[in-house]
Design a protein around this ligand. Structure first.
Ligand SMILES: Nc1ncnc2c1ncn2[C@@H]1O[C@H](COP(=O)(O)OP(=O)(O)OP(=O)(O)O)[C@@H](O)[C@H]1O
Ligand SMILES: [Mg+2]
Length: 609
């Protein structure tokens, strides 16, 4: 498992040309279109190569008959042919693009979807490590890179080489081998120069990308923390940090630009020198009468025609290198195996009664810090087990393990005797409903957020769930009712309202197992009592794991587990635990003394050890 970080951009790493072979499947999907596009390509190139020939005949005809009888229709016909050839060359190259566009766009669509699905398949740990801004940039660059690779390797590099060969053949047949050699030497020098310089430049490109990711991640993170920034008046501090990143980015981009300028100038110089040399040869041959004026024009036209795509070849090679780097990174992202995977022979979880067992579980997020130690307990089918204990004791971790966000290091977790590692994640997760400690909502309407618990639920079911979660009077008070936009991450709702949305979702999902992680912690005591009633209703007959700080809310649980530093230190009924006078009794007394417990007057008298 590899954490995602910007520093896996080794600057001297060479792009992997094998990446291109990863693109074949996308081409294979549209075999017919690819063949048609290639046919258009060949026609367009033939037209391109024929154009200077037409030009030659026009000039020669005019030159030979100067001063004599000119049959005007002959050169006019040739001019028309010349014009049509030029038009044909452009037309067919546009047709080629039009036919191929579908292939490239479909490939982008397929890859974007694959990446999206893959990212959702990655384990929680990956997502806690990633940087959203940088990741989004990588995906964008990678998918664009794929489109570029598809279009340009097939339709630029290959045709340019084809054109060079055709022109060389014509020059060889019509003139002499001198021109062919001169052109080939120029082309080879040009290509070698372009490749060498482009390779040297690649590190600047990568550097610029890495800096781009970094500044983008920083900006996104900072904006997500808008409120925190304000609480501490740290706008300047944030801006300075961002500007430091931008400074690196600017420097990297500058190097990128300067090296590009060097490349372009060098290429222009090679082309200029080649033109001088070849045209000088031609001038001398025209002067000595070896070739005609038409030939001279034709050679000039070929040179111009040849060096334009060659110039583009430099650009394309450079861009292809860059695209390869981006696509490789994207494929790398895809290639990483998820840290949590279904076993090859995984079956669907079968819930008969719904007994959950933690069997001597040990767990650590990182090897150097043990979190859970020898956790061993059972939630009999239909029972409610409550977990209490200090902050950081590992309570939410129990929930994450049961939901299989992480795998246990030792021991096992079973549901009705089936180790959760041997069943599909899909079946496991559809069995468990979670009200998480912190609820984050989608930036959408309240209705959609509620219905998220079961997207195919009817409106009536959604309204009923909202009512059960005591949201209806709140929603009625909203001007836009169910259509209210909740804002990014649901920040336009109060903490208690978000919690109730989470509860309503779980009611909609209607799973056989429930995890309630501080499900009512943000509610006032009146609302809490009301919701606890609803939750009790929901968790009746269901195996339920409740995590709570406020002990009064879990007093009725079948069993209460007290956790401390990753261990279960006590367990039993409320009254037994109070009578024992240990950890739990101590916590209970403390909550009463501080008045934290809302129904202390109504409840059993506190026992103080
Ligand atoms: N992804 C993670 N990587 C590393 N350590 C983690 C991670 N998640 C949680 N921890 C650590 O594991 C410990 C237990 O976390 P957990 O969330 O289970 O605590 P908790 O008992 O639910 O606390 P609270 O009552 O405050 O919610 C904490 O010390 C926390 O810092
Ligand atoms: Mg917690």
């Amino acid at each position: 498992m590899r954490a995602y970080a910007d520093n896996d951009y080794p600057a001297d790493h060479k792009p992997d040309w094998k990446v291109i072979s990863g693109l074949w499947p996308y081409l294979a999907e549209f075999r017919g279109r690819v063949v048609l596009a290639l046919a258009f390509l060949v026609i367009s190139k033939l037209a391109t190569v024929a154009t200077p020939v037409a030009l030659k005949y026009i000039v020669d005809y005019l030159d030979e008959n100067r001063g004599g009888e000119i049959l005007l229709w002959i050169p006019v016909l040739l001019v028309v042919a010349y014009g049509l050839l030029r038009f044909g060359s452009t037309l067919f190259s546009e047709l080629r693009d039009a036919v191929f566009a579908r292939v490239a766009e479909r490939a982008m669509r397929r890859v974007s979807l694959r990446v999206f699905e893959h990212l959702h398949n990655r384990e929680l740990a990956f997502h806690l490590d990633r940087k959203t801004g940088g990741l989004a940039r990588d995906i964008e660059r990678g998918t664009n890179g794929i489109s570029f690779l598809l279009r340009f390797t097939l339709f630029n590099i290959v045709p340019t080489l084809l054109e060079i060969l055709l022109v060389a053949a014509i020059l060889f047949v019509v003139f002499n081998v001198g021109y062919v050699l001169a052109i080939l030497v120029a082309v080879v020098v040009y290509i070698v120069f372009s490749i060498k310089v482009t390779e040297w430049r690649t590190k600047f490109v990568r550097e610029a990308n890495a800096r781009d990711n970094q500044s983008n991640s920083r900006a996104v993170d900072s904006l997500l923390n808008y409120e925190t920034v304000k609480y501490f008046n740290n706008e300047k501090f944030e801006a300075d940090l961002y500007d430091e990143d931008l400074d690196d980015w600017e420097k990297a981009r500058l190097k990128n630009r300067l090296s590009l300028a060097a490349l372009n100038s060098g290429q222009a110089l090679i082309i200029g020198l080649a033109m001088i040399a070849i045209m000088t040869m031609a001038v001398r041959e025209v002067a000595s009468g070896e070739i005609t004026l038409g030939d001279f024009t034709m050679i000039n036209a070929y040179l111009l025609q040849l060096f334009i795509p060659l110039n583009a070849l430099g650009f394309v090679y450079r861009e292809i290198r860059q695209a390869l780097v981006n696509v490789e990174r994207l494929f790398g992202l895809l290639g990483d195996r998820p840290g949590i995977e279904d076993a090859p022979d995984a079956r669907a979880l079968v819930v008969s009664k719904g007994e959950v067992r933690f069997d001597h579980v040990h767990f650590a997020y990182r090897q150097d810090r043990q979190i859970l130690r020898d956790i061993d307990f059972v939630i009999p089918a239909g029972h409610t087990v409550a977990v209490v204990g200090a902050s950081g004791a590992g309570k939410s971790t129990l929930a994450r393990l049961l939901f299989r966000f992480y795998d246990v290091d030792q021991g096992r977790i079973t549901i009705d005797g089936q180790d959760i590692r041997t069943v599909t994640q899909d079946s496991l997760r559809s069995t468990i409903g979670v009200v998480p400690q912190d609820t984050v909502l989608f930036n959408d309407t309240l209705y959609r957020n509620l219905a998220y618990g079961r997207p195919d639920a009817s409106e009536e079911e959604v309204y009923l769930a909202a009512r059960m979660a005591h949201l209806d009077s709140f929603i009625q008070s909203l001007p836009d009712g169910y259509e209210t936009q909740v804002g990014e991450r649901g920040l336009k709702l109060s903490g208690g309202e978000k919690q109730r949305v989470a509860i309503a979702r779980v009611i909609l999902k209607n799973p056989p197992l429930l995890i309630l992680d501080e499900a009512t912690s943000s509610l006032d005591s009146l609302s809490e009592q009301a919701i606890l009633g609803a939750l009790k209703e929901v968790s009746r007959q269901r195996t339920t794991l409740v995590i709570a700080h406020r002990l009064s809310t879990i007093r009725d649980a079948d069993t209460i587990l007290v956790m401390d530093d990753g261990r279960i230190v006590e367990s039993g009924h409320h009254n037994d635990l109070l009578a024992r006078g240990g950890h739990y009794a101590h916590l209970w007394a403390q909550q009463h003394r501080s008045g934290d417990d809302r129904d202390s007057e109504a409840g059993t008298p506190p026992v103080i050890e």
